[in-house]
Design a protein. Structure first.
Ligand SMILES: Nc1ncnc2c1ncn2[C@@H]1O[C@H](COP(=O)(O)OP(=O)(O)OP(=O)(O)O)[C@@H](O)[C@H]1O
Length: 335
């Protein structure tokens, strides 16, 4: 049964055609990854799914109704925007309890409901700390926790791991993985990292120029992907880089390790890349990291680069931008 049906939807902001005849459907319980370059239309799509915007043309149905049609639908569909802030002086438990009251969770169930969510998002030990002292990753998981209050049918997560360090990404992945395997919630998850979509999602859709460029089971993307990814990372000193090289040579997930000064290049299976980064991040300060996935880049290039898209394609710019977006992956922030 489809829980989301988007049919031939268009949406413009003045002269900018953000969505241009986009159609997509999602089965209940699926985890859908939405990938696209900057400005492809992902956030516009998400706002239509949660009723924050209306389409100019076409129709949107979520959990059996038009999302702009009243609060009953909005209760069943939750949106975690890219940036969610909380009052720093409150604790995680207080914030979740507040959301439980707002969502009309019965008083006698509230404490148990909040406790269960704290465990689900991995914040049980930090429940009574003020959120002003939470890390970026903990804040993001608390945001996911607030979205889980009242047991929604659909979760819409807009780039939930953007800007997180490897530990934060891994912790968030674990929460999404357990939600996907242990509940019937449908998760729609946008990301600039194809590897993340490959790891977490059962279905993927690639959006380019406001349209679906390609869609299907992630298994198909996986088949198109290379067996190995390249992880590049820089350590604070040559001594640390040398230690890490030794450590990774003994790590069963790493198939090759090369070091030049403070820089390391490691090849690994796509699903091992985050484990390797976490293992290093637990013991050393990583200055910079990047995960490159040549096979996925090629698949993406093919999906959006073939006709080039509006105004940028004939000279290959769209394909180049696509490849750049894919290689950027989740790297960047110091750990
Ligand atoms: N409120 C707005 N007013 C004018 N133009 C907008 C507005 N919101 C989005 N756009 C434009 O619509 C297009 C699609 O934007 P959207 O935010 O949906 O893309 P996105 O895929 O989420 O991008 P990103 O990955 O950068 O967040 C872009 O060209 C953007 O500049």
């Amino acid at each position: 049964m489809n829980v989301i049906d988007v049919d031939d939807v268009s949406k413009a902001y003045g002269d900018v055609q953000a969505l241009d005849g986009l159609s997509l459907s999602v089965e209940q319980g699926a985890t859908l990854g939405v990938f696209g370059t900057n400005g492809a239309g992902k956030t516009t799509l998400f706002k239509l799914l949660v009723g924050l915007n209306r389409p100019d043309d076409g129709s949107v149905s979520v959990a059996g109704a038009d999302p702009t049609n009243g609060t009953a639908v909005r209760e069943r569909v939750r949106y975690l925007p890219e940036h969610a802030g909380f009052p720093p002086s409150l604790t995680g438990r207080e914030i979740l309890s507040f959301h439980a009251r707002m969502r009309s969770v019965p008083r006698e169930d509230r404490d148990h409901h909040v406790e269960r969510i704290l465990h689900t998002v991995g914040l049980a030990d930090a429940a009574d700390r003020r959120v002003g002292g939470y890390s970026n990753g903990m804040n993001r998981r608390l945001g996911l926790g607030t979205a889980l209050v009242g047991e929604p049918a659909v979760l819409i997560l807009d780039e939930p791991t953007a800007g997180l360090d490897p530990d934060g990404i891994r912790a968030f992945h674990e929460v999404v993985e357990s939600l996907a395997s242990e509940t019937d919630v449908t998760i729609v998850f946008s990301s600039h990292a194809l590897g993340e979509i490959q790891r977490l999602c059962s279905e993927a859709v690639i959006i380019a120029d406001g349209q679906v460029a390609t869609a299907g089971p992630v298994e198909e993307l996986r088949r198109a992907a290379a067996d190995e990814v390249t992880v590049s990372l820089s350590l604070a000193s040559e001594a640390a880089a040398s230690d890490v090289a030794g450590m990774l040579r003994n790590h069963e997930g790493a198939s090759s390790v090369n070091r030049t000064g403070v820089d390391l290049t490691v090849t690994a299976a796509p699903t091992d890349a985050y484990d390797l980064l976490t293992a290093v991040g637990e013991r050393y300060d990583i200055d910079r990291f990047e995960v490159r996935e040549p096979g996925l880049e090629a698949a993406f290039h093919e999906a959006v680069g073939a006709d080039g898209g509006d105004g940028s394609g004939s000279d290959g710019t769209a394909g180049a931008a696509a490849a750049e977006a894919a290689t950027e992956d989740v790297g960047g922030e110091p750990v």
